[in-house]
Design a protein around this ligand. Structure first.
Ligand code: FAD
Length: 575
């Protein structure tokens, strides 16, 4: 194609000329395996010229290399980025909109170093942290006026962090034997198993305020996904690379000729991304809301891109395949994906909670202490009958169903006639001897068949997720699958992924563990209040948690801060 030619955006056949299909065979990757290297340069947001494409992106997008998908006879449709980029619209390259990604081999770039606490704290393993907290949890002094925080997830930890900074004494009671709530990592035989697939988005503003990013040693995902489109009768399985339309619209456009959506879908993704990135949070959070499914339709996305990419992608985020989740949440997450990196801490997602927990005053935490009743005037009664004094106030930082048990007045306030929707997931981990894809990329099931929603080779993102020489495979399903035993589910998953990669390639995977997360997220169907509700729910009683804001790490942290600020203000302990 002449570089002078102007593409007609309505003429898909024009773009199809740019399309090339690369086929890989088992012998291809066998040869290549030894020579494959980890890229030393990050994925950077491309501008409008070809020269900005990193070698890594180029290999993913167009080069007929042999290191892409390590499956027998797997097909990846790619495109000629060179030619397309010569005709691409120019996208702003403002550093705030397109922060640079870090090298995969080194800790991630910090976007807001001035916001970080200094000096960075030394790293601790979650297990070590548990020991420290438990060991230091002495009985609180009876003479000091205190607040009580019920629940030690991110919301409770944020509340505790802010009370500490306001010099307000407190006792945090946590029902389980560790802090972090839904954000947890188990170390099993040297494998780091996050309790459910979770991704840290570096653009979360509250996380930037509270967390020491360098100490988390964040490892980025490739900002995009490899979509498995299925395998027809006698046909080879096919995968299509979609660069993250929220972070890398140009690369997304480069996939214009893939069968995942139409050309106008790709342009629309870029435009929607720019709009979201430029819209202040308060505008997003107070805009008229509908369901995400309806919103995508109103935005003009075709059924093809919804079914093959957006639905599986968003279902994996909201655990809501029907996409009934509020359009406000979609826009908010869309914006965060556009403005930051997707990453995993080297020590697992639990490191986020561990970092907050490390900063709490010694003796302020009581593990294995379940609150059974809240009394605004005396504090909290544990299920053992013990009363924890909370004469400064009680912050209830438990998950939604438990909050509604402790404070029945919270139940279904906004949706009296509606049963909360189930938001469940199952995450299965396998040990393997080699990764079938070499890049730190999420693989999405866009075939519309099977039970797998997404999978990835966790050790491609963070090698620390497995012992040396081993590969950790993470597979996520959306739903509870309550009717199936763990062993049957694991078998079914391996069988299904055999259809993606070849049965022989997955036959040796060893099932490590299955996590069933019945309550993964609260109901976020309209009407919602993701900007956050007033934490004051009664005299001296405050509520926080992701159900009180948005069901994200950031939402939980924001809600915890607001509860602590409200308590301190009401007691005249802050300005
Ligand atoms: C599988 C999965 C994937 C996710 N992925 C992402 C993601 O990629 N990005 C993102 O931003 N968010 C994600 N989330 C959402 C995020 O993890 C949550 O929104 C957030 O962690 C909620 O924190 P919380 O403090 O509100 O609640 P929780 O973490 O549930 O904390 C509540 C705490 O209260 C304790 N508790 C309960 N009852 C009592 C009681 N009676 N007495 C004392 N203690 C009690 C619990 O043991 C728990 O520790 C994901 C969640 C899950 C489950």
């Amino acid at each position: 194609m002449s570089s002078q030619a102007k593409p007609d955006p309505d003429d898909e056949s024009f773009f199809c000329q740019l399309c090339s299909t690369i086929k890989f065979s088992r012998s291809d990757f066998r040869e290549d395996n030894a020579g494959a290297t980890t890229p030393s340069s990050p994925w950077t947001e491309p501008t409008h010229t070809q020269s900005h494409i990193t070698p890594q992106a180029a290999s993913l997008l167009r080069s007929p290399t042999k290191r892409q998908v390590h499956a027998q006879s797997t097909t990846i449709s790619t495109s000629s980025m060179d030619e397309l980029l010569n005709h691409s619209v120019e996208w702003p390259n403002h550093p705030d909109l397109f922060p640079p990604l870090a090298a995969t081999a080194t800790p991630m770039h910090v976007h807001a170093p001035h916001l970080l606490p200094a000096p960075p704290k030394p790293h601790h393993h979650a297990a070590a942290l548990r020991f420290t907290v438990a060991a230091s949890a002495a009985a609180p002094s009876a003479t000091t006026r205190k607040a009580v925080i019920v629940g030690g997830g991110l919301a409770g930890l944020a509340a505790a962090t802010h009370l500490t900074s306001l010099s307000v004494p407190f006792t945090l009671v946590e029902a389980s034997d560790r802090l972090g709530g839904r954000v947890a990592t188990d170390v099993v035989d040297g494998y780091r198993l996050d309790r459910g697939f979770q991704i840290f988005l570096t653009a979360y503003p509250e996380c930037r305020r509270l967390l020491d990013f360098p100490a988390l040693r964040l490892r980025p995902f490739y900002p995009g996904a490899l979509v498995f489109s299925g395998a027809g009768d006698g046909e080879k399985p096919s995968f299509h690379l979609l660069s993250d339309p929220f972070r890398l619209p140009l690369r997304s456009i480069s996939a214009a000729f893939s069968p995942i959506g139409t050309l106008s879908d790709k342009v629309l993704v870029g435009l929607t991304r720019l709009r979201a990135a430029a819209t202040p949070d308060n505008v997003i959070l107070s805009s008229p809301e509908t369901t995400t499914a309806r919103h995508l339709e109103q935005l003009g996305f075709s059924p093809s891109i919804v079914e093959r990419f957006l639905r599986p992608f968003l279902a994996g985020i909201f655990f809501d395949p029907a996409l009934d989740t509020s359009s406000r949440l979609f826009e908010l997450v869309f914006k965060r994906l556009a403005l930051g990196d997707n990453a995993l801490p080297e020590d697992g997602i639990g490191a986020i909670a561990s970092q907050l927990a490390e900063r709490l005053p010694a003796g302020s935490v009581r593990l294995n202490s379940r609150a059974a009743a809240i009394d605004p005037y005396s504090g909290v009664t544990l299920d053992t009958g013990e009363i924890i004094s909370g004469d400064l106030g009680v912050i209830v930082a438990v998950e939604q169903p438990e909050a509604e048990k402790l404070l029945p007045q919270l139940s279904n306030r906004e949706k009296p006639n509606k049963k909360s929707a189930e938001r469940s997931t199952v995450c299965l981990y396998f040990s393997a001897d080699w990764a079938l894809v070499e890049d730190p990329i999420l693989l999405l099931n866009g075939s519309g068949k099977g039970i797998v929603n997404n999978m990835f080779f966790a050790t491609n993102v963070a090698p620390s997720y497995a012992p040396a020489g081993k590969v950790l495979v993470s597979v996520s399903l959306v739903g509870s699958f309550a009717d199936r035993e763990d062993a049957d589910l694991a078998e079914e998953v391996v069988r299904e992924l055999g259809g993606w990669f070849g049965a022989g390639e997955v036959a040796s995977w060893r099932h490590l563990r299955t996590y069933r997360i019945g309550f993964a997220q609260p109901d976020q169907t309209p009407p919602t209040a993701p900007a956050g509700r007033d934490p004051r729910v009664g005299d001296g009683v405050y509520v926080c948690g992701d159900h009180w804001c948005s069901a994200t790490f950031d939402g939980a942290l924001v809600s915890g801060r607001r509860a602590a600020e409200a308590l301190a203000k009401d007691r005249g302990l802050s300005s």
